[in-house]
Design a protein around this ligand. Structure first.
Ligand code: ADP
Ligand code: MG
Length: 483
């Protein structure tokens, strides 16, 4: 394995969040009964003409500006010809030689914290095809053309990624970006965000790329990672066994965790691309670009940089907290309540307890059962030493399941921290009296037993002794002094 270098390029399809289709007025909403959202244009009737949806163009330009790409002053729609039952026209309208967006790049943070820049060759507008239905149909295939004509932005990367993990990191970053820009809802179950992964291997040190296989239609980050890992192992084994990789399209079967050959790779000339005579070239002027630029939100990298600077967070924390607009907004709302001086505490809680509860219950942050105000209420009780961080986790769980504010739970459960020195000393005395052997060992130099005494006192107080006070009092008492 270690003699091989992996090379990956992704083609990501992001469904643009327009209300109507790219060339017709039919709605794009998901989940309607088959063929109720396809008009004559989507059905490919002769004699009807496509009309370009301006919102789709705006969204593509927005993406282009966000990745520092060049936006073509003139781009052209082309027909990509092929036969398939879910494509009634016999061609897909796409862009070929002159895409609307070209030569951009995106910064991706890898697991070890390093930042890598991935080149983006192009992003072009195209229409989606329909869907073949097999389930519940004996000896027949149904065709649903609701999806036909749905606007897509196909984002093609340079072959810049060198591992499955890098590919996933890049795909996640694009996912973050299109959702920030509000040009795609990012829903992967519904197919609004999916990718084709091009994978090849080459001997380390060799400049020339190996032959690639293209794995089609991956619709989860986990599948992207697993499919690439499988494919890399397959190619290496094949080559080391004396075989050669053929250029082909493959499908990933997630049940079996393997990729299978679907068809040999078609070349561009198989598609007989030519400019679509039904559509004018798209001409974009400086005023249009300026208006789209003015609509750009704070971008993920900008937000991360601001978090790192204003709240003194590590690049890693700032990156996690800016991974979605919603998460960033939640975090900032907590900061507004606890103060920027406690940003690290807020960051730990949002990335820790809150995120794991959301993951565990599989809910979005907008529906979190503890909202920013309630979390603020909890963190303020840590800050003013009413409860310890450890007890706070217990309170958080209760808040999550009971929907009550922190103070109510702390009172009801009697979780208030013991900060009365006299009370803590009393417990220490009792613990010392009950453990004379350990006390003697400690005093004769077994320092490690300090932890034992902390544990005993915490046990006796139900974890409620103020940890800092306990430490100090215990040190003095065990040492034979008076606190
Ligand atoms: P096509 O249009 O036939 O799919 P492209 O040349 O446009 O081919 O490339 C599609 C994707 O494949 C791009 O993301 C590109 O980076 C990637 N790619 C090209 N060559 C290789 C290779 N040898 N190994 C891995 N990925 C590659
Ligand atoms: Mg391709």
């Amino acid at each position: 394995m270690s003699n091989w270098e992996v090379v990956i390029g992704l083609e990501i399809h992001a469904q643009l969040a327009t209300k109507s289709k790219i060339f017709s007025g039919s709605p794009t909403a998901y989940g309607a009964p088959p063929n109720t959202q396809a008009d004559l244009v989507d059905l490919g009737f002769p004699g009807v003409l496509p009309v370009l949806n301006q919102r789709a163009v705006q969204m593509a330009v927005k993406f282009g500006l966000a990745i520092d790409a060049s936006v073509a002053p003139r781009s052209v729609f082309a027909r990509k010809n092929y036969f398939y039952p879910d494509l009634p026209k016999g061609y897909q309208i796409s862009q070929y030689e002159l895409p609307i967006v070209a030569r951009g790049s995106l910064k991706v943070m890898l697991d070890d914290g390093t930042v890598k820049t991935i080149g983006i060759t192009r992003a072009h507008l195209e229409e989606d095809a329909g869907k073949s239905l097999h389930e519940g149909l004996a000896n027949a295939t149904g065709i649903d053309l609701n999806r036909a004509g749905t606007p897509l932005l196909e984002i093609v990367s340079e072959p810049d990624m060198r591992s499955a993990k890098e590919a996933v990191a890049y795909m996640k970053k694009i996912h973050t970006l299109v959702r920030y820009l509000e040009i795609c809802d990012g829903n992967m179950q519904e197919g609004s965000f999916r990718c084709d992964a091009n994978v090849s291997v080459r001997p380390k040190g060799q400049e020339k790329f190996g032959t690639r296989a293209e794995i089609k239609n991956l619709n989860s980050f986990r599948f992207v990672e697993k499919a690439i890992q499988y494919e890399v192992a397959r190619q290496v084994e094949l080559i080391e066994g004396g075989g050669t990789v053929v250029q082909e399209t493959r499908l990933y079967d997630s049940d079996k965790d393997e990729t299978r050959s679907m068809r040999s790779k078609e070349e561009a000339n198989d598609y007989r691309y030519f400019p679509d005579p039904d559509l004018l070239p798209v001409e974009i002027d400086a005023a249009f670009i300026a208006s789209v630029r003015a609509s750009l939100p704070e971008l993920p990298d900008q937000k991360a940089a601001r978090f790192a600077k204003d709240f003194a967070l590590s690049a890693y924390d700032a990156g996690v907290l800016s991974a979605s607009r919603e998460l960033g907004a939640y975090f900032e709302a907590v900061i507004a309540g606890v103060g920027a001086g406690h940003a690290k505490l807020a960051a730990n809680w949002v990335m820790g307890e809150l995120s794991s509860a959301l993951n565990r219950d599989n809910i979005d942050i907008e529906n979190a059962k503890v909202d920013p105000k309630q979390l603020t209420g909890l963190l303020l009780r840590i800050v003013d030493a009413t409860i310890s961080g450890k007890i706070a986790k217990e309170v958080f769980e209760a808040m999550w399941s009971e929907g009550k504010p922190a103070d109510a739970i702390i009172e009801a459960k009697g979780l208030r921290q013991i900060t009365d020195a006299g009370a803590i000393e009393g417990v220490i005395d009792a613990v010392m009296a009950a453990n004379p052997a350990q006390l003697a060992d400690y005093r004769s130099g077994k320092d490690k037993l300090f932890g034992f005494f902390v544990g005993q006192v915490m046990k006796a107080t139900g974890g409620k002794a103020n940890p800092a006070q306990l430490n100090e009092l215990l040190k003095s008492k065990l040492g034979g002094g008076n606190a």
